[in-house]
Design a protein around this ligand. Structure first.
Ligand code: GDP
Ligand code: MG
Length: 292
């Protein structure tokens, strides 16, 4: 018998959704930083065995939308309710307010299997864990509650086993050697966005978007040109930095990771441009791939 299905990972920002998907798939597909809203797109990660295929979806953290980009991000969370065989709701063991009413309502109504993952248990203790598990049994009685540490990969084997047991019988939807539905080009832009999140403060990362303008594989190297869009000229100045130091640092750090990812030398150039208030404009969100 072959089992297959869609397992969607949702939860508040920063609870460890991307870390978990990477741990389960065994590859770094989603970028991870200590900052909220690191994940902007729904990213699929595929795990296949001889007799199963799991298609995970990592999603942006659930927030109240403040601008159109957020609305598009939250749409991808909503969509994840409609096509899941198993829903993984990830929460942090120490979060006193781990779920909003709307999401809770949807999980209660959801017809698919729901698992609540109490994550980051490496930061808590046994008493707290037992308390949390009891608490969730009353919050979501039909859910299965599983403590994990995505960072330390604790209990991930068991989680996988339970996921597979809950999958329906079905064919492989993707070829068995595929690990994601996203292109190399997409991951290159994500690597650059990760560096922006890591090296710039305040609103800069949230106002930036990376577009890979050229992506050419040649015999000995990849030729890649990235354009980083920001919302305003003042942000452009900060990002470029004095004597171009800001953008240079991003370039150096990103190139290392891109070369490791592509397994080839990379000739890499970046440019910073202003796309005024792009987060608010549907036409721009469409252009950047946030809207269908
Ligand atoms: P997301 O926003 O839900 O996708 O969260 P991320 O996967 O980006 O992780 C947010 C932060 O939490 C990162 O700094 C991770 O290293 C950290 N993190 C994730 N899982 C764990 C865990 O099990 N234990 C600890 N201590 N930290 C974790
Ligand atoms: Mg994430």
């Amino acid at each position: 018998m072959h089992k297959s299905g869609f397992v969607n990972i949702i939860g508040k920002p920063n609870v460890g959704k991307s870390t978990l998907m990477n741990a389960l798939v065994g590859e770094k597909l989603s970028i991870i930083t200590p900052k909220a809203q690191t994940t902007r797109h729904r990213i699929r990660g595929i795990l296949s065995g001889d007799d199963f295929q799991i298609v995970f979806s990592d999603t942006p953290g659930i927030i109240k939308p403040h601008y159109k980009l957020h609305e598009a991000m939250m749409q991808s969370v909503s969509d994840s309710f409609s096509d899941a065989d198993v829903m993984l709701y990830v929460m942090e063991i120490k979060d006193p307010d781990p779920i909003d009413e709307k999401t809770l309502g949807r999980l209660k109504k959801s017809e698919c299997k729901v698992m609540v993952l109490v994550n980051k248990i490496d930061t808590g203790n046994q008493d707290l864990l037992e308390k949390k598990v009891e608490e969730w049994k009353t919050i979501l009685p039909h859910a299965e509650i599983i403590p994990v540490s995505a960072l330390e990969k604790y209990n991930c084997e068991y989680l996988l086993k339970r996921i597979i047991e809950n999958l329906p019988e079905g064919p492989a939807y993707f070829s068995k050697d595929e690990i994601t539905d996203k292109s190399q080009r997409f991951f290159v832009s994500e690597i650059i966005r990760e560096k922006i999140l890591l090296y710039f403060r305040n609103e800069i990362p949230y106002c930036s978007e990376v577009v890979i303008d050229e992506f050419k594989e040649e015999e000995k190297l990849f030729r890649i040109r990235a354009i980083i869009y920001v919302q305003r000229e003042s942000q452009q100045g900060i990002m470029v930095g004095h004597q171009g130091k800001g953008i240079k640092k991003i370039g150096i750090e990103a190139r290392k990771d891109i070369e490791a990812f592509l397994g080839k030398q990379v000739f890499f150039t970046t440019q910073v441009k202003v796309e005024k208030d792009w987060r608010e404009k549907e036409s721009k969100l469409r252009k950047f791939g946030y809207l269908e």
